[in-house]
Design a binder for this molecule. Structure first.
Ligand code: ZN
Length: 66
């Protein structure tokens, strides 16, 4: 079961992304919240750019885009 740490949406098929929030630190968030954080520039710059994510457990959106 995956739960978004921002909106608390829960679904076993929910795809979560790791976001480093400027205030709250690392959070696993749903795609909607990730996009909102990105749009509002509330993520720490650089944490999600540059291709492969170090320590990724496979299957993250970054992997699919590679
Ligand atoms: Zn969410």
């Amino acid at each position: 079961m995956n739960t978004c740490e921002l909106c608390n949406k829960t679904d076993e098929n929910l795809s979560l992304r790791e976001a480093t929030h400027k205030e709250y630190g690392k959070k696993w968030v749903c795609q909607d919240c990730w996009t909102k954080l990105y749009d509002k520039n509330e993520m720490v710059a650089g944490s999600s750019s540059g291709g492969a994510v170090a320590g990724c457990a496979m299957g993250c959106p970054g992997c699919r885009n590679a």
